[in-house]
Design a protein around this ligand. Structure first.
Ligand SMILES: Nc1ncnc2c1ncn2[C@@H]1O[C@H](COP(=O)(O)OP(=O)(O)OP(=O)(O)O)[C@@H](O)[C@H]1O
Length: 229
């Protein structure tokens, strides 16, 4: 469970990008973080990932009963940038790094890597250098690498930006499969797509605040700037 309280952040002398009085997330759903370019989606995801420290407010992880939980460790929570960093090696080599990190060896490692390459449609690219992949393939490899770490929470920054329809469909299928494993996902996207249509909830950054909506019920609960909820 994620609990955000009186959170705000900004840069330099500029006013805060947004203020979020209160946000509670069960850490189970698939959330679409929506907002115009420059509204602060990446900034919020980076704060949730613990990569930056907020100017004001708190981000806490709790157990279901509200008791404090330790912040998720690397591997439990992963943040993927829209141009994901890939290791300077082959496609399979990128997955071998994770296999070593996980302590997998020999045939066990090889079969896990082969099945992940197949699942992500990258089997034919196994020996190709990762940095020569197309945009959609790079994102698929980044998701494959993340998947091998079995994250509990995945924060995806514009995973379908600049991709064509087929690539968006491929990434959508992968993200939905990852979610089936029980991984909670927040993904940012400034436009609606086949992927965002499959989300359970929407967090909408606009006019300096965050509106939370339940996509299934079609409800949006405005949380006005500065107000407690
Ligand atoms: N490290 C930084 N230093 C100064 N300004 C920054 C920094 N990071 C982000 N900003 C500014 O904060 C604002 C929000 O940026 P952010 O990347 O969070 O928006 P975004 O909603 O993710 O945008 P996009 O949809 O274009 O990716 C922008 O005006 C950006 O220039």
């Amino acid at each position: 469970m994620l609990e955000v309280s009186r959170l705000s952040h900004g840069f330099g002398r500029r006013p805060p990008l947004w203020e979020i009085p209160h946000l509670r997330w069960d850490g189970r759903s698939l959330v679409h973080l929506r907002g115009d370019n420059g509204s602060g989606k990446t900034t919020l995801l980076r704060l949730l990932a613990g990569l930056d420290t907020p100017r004001r407010g708190t981000i806490r992880w709790t157990l279901d009963d509200g008791a404090p939980a330790a912040p998720p460790r690397f591997g439990d929570l992963l943040y993927l940038h829209q141009q994901p960093y890939l290791f300077d090696t082959s496609v399979a080599g990128n997955l071998r790094h994770v296999a070593r990190w996980q302590g997998w060896r020999g045939d066990d490692a090889r079969s896990r890597i082969a099945s992940m390459l197949a699942r992500c449609g990258l089997a034919d690219h196994a020996r190709q250098h990762a940095r020569s992949l197309s945009g959609g393939e790079r994102m698929r490899l980044a998701l494959a690498r993340a998947w091998l770490l079995s994250p509990r929470v995945l924060l995806l920054d514009e995973p379908t930006a600049s991709l064509d329809r087929q690539a968006i469909d491929d990434i959508t299928a992968l993200i939905l499969s990852l979610r089936e494993t029980g991984c909670a996902i927040v993904l940012s996207a400034h436009q609606q797509s086949v992927l965002t249509e499959r989300c359970d909830a929407e967090w909408h950054l606009e006019r300096g605040g965050l509106q939370v909506g339940d996509m299934q019920a079609g409800i949006a609960e405005p949380r006005p700037l500065g107000a407690d909820s």
